[in-house]
Design a protein around this ligand. Structure first.
Ligand SMILES: Cc1cc2nc3c(=O)[nH]c(=O)nc-3n(C[C@H](O)[C@H](O)[C@H](O)COP(=O)(O)OP(=O)(O)OC[C@H]3O[C@@H](n4cnc5c(N)ncnc54)[C@H](O)[C@@H]3O)c2cc1C
Length: 478
């Protein structure tokens, strides 16, 4: 992410004054949340501004057309952030309340659940459910947020933006947003354009071509499938837990199954993510044992191939334009919705309190992007080290064994391996903290001595059952 070195100019020009017009391009979580923050800040500062949100996506439609294509895990941290601003996800949006995580590896499995009565991790749909869902049956997360935007009286234009242009003459001129087809283009002038267009390549290319230095984030392919098992079978096979797989499939960096109401969402990320890798994944004994006996992959199922951002963009701002959400920076493999919240909030605060100049964004918005980007760098290192370690079946087996032993023998706050895994799976902790915990000499000593002890004793590895819980492993087995 490029730092703007020219901080000398006053940030105080280019303020959002009474009558200012704000165009938000994209009504995914970043765009909707920006609109909500902007509306609140305008009210707090007593400014009359006109906010317009543009997006052509019909979130009430089922299938990929109406969906912003993600696994749909709403992390605890986001639930807490929502609560702070007075938003509560209604039950109509929640597909499942998550009770814990299974870590299913080719060298044994482990169930992780927090020592809390009520865990607030939810699964949701980003559109009106998989293709073929009964209309109106599911309320999408994005539609819920956009509903909040509309309820504040903010104008929502259900059309995609064809182009964004920087101020033509002096920097006091407005930026422009073009909406509609080539033949019938409408031009909206704006004192601030907010780019919340996710990883849309078309718009990203146009914004790059404006020449202020924006380069979209690098991405990896992913493949997602919505597979209908029926509510009872989802409950039986997954026990309200998300399953993270460590199967060593070639070209797949991350594989998970996320339980919804009637369906499971299979998410694969990596260069080889596609239909073929999905079939290999589902045929793996550690995956198929959770599926109903005799279940076959349907010939036709709802699927999508979204890209996942794996590093930040370059230079997400210039005078009167700021880029947020996935188009700017998001947490590596985790909590993209959280990053959308944080970048939307930081950009709105910067714009309303300090102005919409490049200098104001560099000083008051960029630090938030940097925090996320830096954490992503630690995340990349963490994933690289764990991929190296877990490539060895022996190390993986010893690690799982040590973590299981720890669950049975240690008090919750002493379960460091469990804490490392929980932090990585849920995204509750910054990657930096997880990495520093994992590499600290005290933990390394404890881990290796425990691994060595377990190995020497050569006890059989305890194994939880699919659909069971770690509590079912008796101390005798350890
Ligand atoms: C496979 C996968 C799984 C994921 N799982 C999770 C998860 O479980 N939990 C989590 O927190 N995050 C997850 N993420 C990340 C999460 O989806 C994103 O971080 C989040 O959606 C970013 O929000 P956004 O608003 O920036 O972008 P988006 O959600 O992509 O929204 C962008 C919006 O811009 C609109 N748009 C695009 N072009 C235009 C245009 N020309 N004019 C107007 N509008 C336009 C689009 O229609 C869309 O509505 C996952 C991502 C992937 C790819």
């Amino acid at each position: 992410m490029g730092r703007d070195c020219n901080m000398a100019g006053a940030e105080n020009d280019l303020q959002l004054r009474d009558g200012a017009r704000i165009a938000v391009v994209g009504a995914g979580p970043a765009g909707s949340l920006f609109a909500i923050f902007a509306w609140r800040l305008a009210a707090e500062l007593g400014r009359k501004v006109q906010i317009t949100v543009f997006d052509g996506k019909p979130f009430t439609q089922s299938g990929p057309q109406g969906c912003n294509m993600c696994a749909g895990v709403v992390a605890e941290s986001l639930v807490a952030r929502f609560r702070e601003i007075g938003l509560t996800l209604p039950e109509s949006v929640v597909q499942r309340h998550v009770r814990g995580y299974w870590w299913e590896t080719r060298a044994g499995n482990l169930h992780l659940s927090p020592q809390k009565v009520e865990l607030e991790i939810y699964t949701v749909y980003r559109g009106n459910g998989p293709r073929g869902s009964t209309p109106g049956r599911n309320v999408s997360f994005d539609d819920y947020l956009l509903g909040q935007v509309s309820s504040l009286g903010i104008q929502v234009v259900p059309q995609p933006v064809a182009d964004i242009q920087v101020p033509h003459g002096t920097r006091n001129d407005p930026a422009t947003v073009l909406v509609g087809s080539k033949a019938q283009k409408e031009v909206y002038e704006a004192d601030l354009v907010v780019g919340a267009f996710g990883l849309s390549l078309r718009l990203a290319r146009q914004v790059s071509a404006l020449g202020f230095g924006y380069v979209p984030p690098p991405t990896l392919p992913s493949y997602q499938a919505e597979l209908r098992l029926g509510a009872d079978q989802v409950k039986e096979g997954f026990q309200d837990s998300i399953v993270i797989y460590e199967l060593g499939l070639p070209g797949i960096k991350f594989g998970a199954i996320i339980p919804k109401q009637e369906h499971i969402t299979v998410t694969l990320i990596g260069e080889k993510a596609g239909k073929e890798s999905l079939l290999d994944f589902l045929a793996h004994p550690l995956v198929s044992e959770r599926l109903p006996p005799g279940w076959q992959v349907p010939g036709d199922y709802c699927h999508c191939r979204p890209r996942v951002a794996v590093a930040p963009c370059q230079k997400p701002f210039t005078d009167r334009i700021v880029i947020i959400g996935d188009a700017s920076v998001s947490r590596l493999y985790k909590n993209g919705l959280d990053s959308a919240f944080l970048t939307a909030q930081a950009a709105a605060e910067a714009a309303f309190r300090h102005g919409v100049s490049a200098q104001a964004f560099a000083r008051y918005y960029l630090p938030t992007c940097w925090t996320l980007a830096r954490d992503g760098a630690y995340g990349r290192l963490l994933f690289r080290l764990s991929a190296l370690g877990f490539a060895s079946q022996r190390f993986l087996r010893l690690f799982v064994r040590a973590a299981r032993y720890e669950q049975l023998a240690c008090r919750p706050r002493e379960q460091v391996l469990g804490r490392i895994l929980w932090g990585s799976f849920t995204g509750n902790q910054p990657y930096k903290d997880i990495l520093l915990t994992a590499l600290s000499p005290r933990i390394q000593w404890r881990l290796w001595s425990q691994l060595f002890r377990r190995n020497k004793r050569g006890s059989p590895m305890p194994r939880g059952t699919a659909g069971g819980s770690a509590d079912e492993v008796t101390p005798d087995e350890a």
